[in-house]
Write a protein that binds this ligand. Structure first.
Ligand SMILES: Cc1cc2nc3c(=O)[nH]c(=O)nc-3n(C[C@H](O)[C@H](O)[C@H](O)COP(=O)(O)O)c2cc1C
Length: 194
């Protein structure tokens, strides 16, 4: 089966981020042909459109290049104040600029984790709205909201200790692999017809 290259963005910079644990779980349970690499966006500055007018700063240019080369993007994010963490939104805003913006037509899967009971339900729909504008192709189902997440990952190792969470993420990653292949087929045949 064709190897699929997926890059992951974690919406949290926290060292012991539950959402980074979720990325690690996705890496563990994804089908063998789907390889997931987390990207480090810590060096991305706050978007200043004056600066943008002079081109992309080096950390942004590197992110754009890597996202463009990837087959798909996995976003694992907390919910901040019922919405998208500012840092993650800033990264999406940067990479969404330019005519060759790399999220155009890109398959995306979303997972959110929170110590709260809803697992970040609200952030996912705000994120979907943003992804719609940048013409990305978000996987619809299965949705994965990891509520009560502090009790579902080992505090020392970050390993997932909850069978139900593991099962949900396993099913989501299998569906994501199918979705990526489907989007690529669709885009391939659309390109052939144009
Ligand atoms: C600024 C801020 C706002 C937050 N707002 C929410 C929220 O709206 N909903 C929620 O479930 N948790 C909220 N939380 C709690 C986060 O879900 C929790 O800190 C979580 O562990 C962050 O994700 P991480 O573990 O990946 O860093 C908020 C945390 C911060 C720092």
């Amino acid at each position: 089966m064709k190897k699929l290259d997926v890059v992951a963005l974690c919406g949290s910079l926290r060292r012991a981020s539950l959402n980074r644990h979720a990325i690690r779980l996705a890496q563990e349970v994804a089908p063998a042909h789907l390889a997931i690499e987390e990207l480090d966006w810590r060096a991305v500055p706050i978007l200043d459109a004056d600066e943008l007018a002079h081109g992309f700063p080096a950390p942004v240019a590197a992110l754009r290049t890597r996202v463009r080369a990837a087959d798909a993007v996995l976003i694992a994010t907390p919910e901040y104040n019922f919405s998208i963490p500012g840092g993650l939104k800033n990264v999406i805003d940067w990479i969404s600029r330019g005519e060759d913006q790399p999220l155009d037509g890109k398959p995306v899967a979303i997972v959110s984790a929170s110590p709260g009971p809803l697992g970040g339900a609200r952030v996912q729909y705000d994120l979907r709205k943003v992804l719609l504008f940048v013409n990305a192709m978000p996987l619809v189902k299965p949705e994965v909201f990891i509520g009560g997440a502090a009790a579902k990952f080992d505090a020392q190792t970050g390993a997932c200790t909850d069978a139900t969470t593991r099962d949900f993420v396993t099913r989501q990653m299998a569906a994501f692999a199918d979705w990526i292949a489907g989007v690529q087929r669709m885009r391939g045949s659309a390109a052939a017809q144009s």
